[in-house]
Design a protein. Sequence first.
Length: 101
Amino acid sequence: VLSKARRLDENEEIDFTWVANMSLKFQGCYHTQQWNEEANDDEDVRISTQRLVRFRLCPSDTCSMENAAGCGDGYGDYIIGMEEYLEAYFEAVEQDQEYNC
């Protein structure tokens, strides 16, 4: 998920080794509309909708299931396309099921 996500504070290079001690907390789905610059013909869609997911990485030792935010400090907020998020989510669920069998 992280390799395709964009950190909201837009840091450039990120070392992903630290993620082993983090928990992912889903924050919500968002839809944004934008002008489709590739629309040339009358039949082309002029305004396209982006479907996005926002998630937070919290330190695992302070992440709470009861807290909607997950944690209060030491976190990073990320945004990713909904399709990429769902692909990664279902892949992780499948791997978890295989591991537990």
